[in-house]
Design a protein around this ligand. Structure first.
Ligand code: TYD
Length: 215
């Protein structure tokens, strides 16, 4: 089983990922946690290239291909082997982020990004995607607080430094993704308290497990 968490900045994915991990493990579904970009030795190097503010001149296609290179390495060396062992793979961001950030908001375009993905990864999709939806003003405020608290590295903030309009478009892009694949992508209202967000997620997980007992 492969579950991804998606959404704009400061949506609280990391905290909820931990709760999902605990919940599924207790229910007898062993889990592993991962994220994109940046899994493993190769992934960390690709992530460093992508996130560095000084690399602002990276051209859109190069940026897209770096995210996809990271994903190719991630899928083959970690995601598929873990799924084959019977583990649930929980991933913080995956290809919907690429469709939204590089395709919808960036200059590559959604259709081209989707078709690249389908050609390279044979249409590989998560089984379930939880979309954390919130007003980007709130998300950015949360992220800036984390930066000020030292919870996040400033070198990594290239994507977070973009303007509010950009983040509004990101939100719109994710909502369009959910509209395009409503069976797979489930939306949670991430503006609520952590506890309330968790209750929404728990309901989604319970429904998913009920409808997919063999997984
Ligand atoms: P990260 O610090 O991991 O983000 P967050 O905590 O917000 O999940 O930074 C990842 C950044 O990379 C984030 O701004 C989204 C962006 N991104 C893309 O543009 N395309 C992609 O395919 C992925 C996976 C991430």
């Amino acid at each position: 089983m492969f579950i991804t968490l998606e959404g704009g900045e400061g949506a609280g994915k990391t905290t909820q990922m931990e709760r999902i991990f605990q919940y599924l493990s207790q229910k007898g579904h062993p889990c592993v946690k991962t994220r994109e970009p940046g899994h493993g030795f190769i992934g960390r190097q690709i992530r460093a290239l992508l996130m560095l503010p000084a690399n602002e001149t990276l051209v859109p296609t190069a940026e897209l291909l770096l995210f996809m290179a990271d994903r190719a390495q991630h899928i083959e060396s970690f995601i598929l082997p873990e799924m084959q062992k019977g583990n649930v793979v929980l991933c913080d961001r995956f290809f919907d982020s690429t469709v939204v950030y590089q395709g919808f908001t960036g200059q590559v375009g959604v259709e081209k990004t989707l078709s690249f993905h389908d050609v390279v990864f044979n249409g590989f999709r998560p089984d379930l995607t939880i979309l954390f939806d919130l007003n980007p003003g709130i998300g950015l405020h949360r992220t800036i607080c984390q930066l000020n608290d030292g919870g996040r590295c400033e070198k990594e903030s290239r994507f977070e430094q973009k303007k509010l309009d950009f983040h509004k478009k990101i939100r719109q892009g994710f909502l369009l993704r959910a509209e395009a694949e409503p069976e797979r992508i489930k939306i949670v209202d991430a503006e609520l308290s952590q506890e309330e967000v968790w209750l929404q997620i728990k309901k989604i997980l319970d429904e998913f497990l009920q409808n997919n007992p063999a997984r």
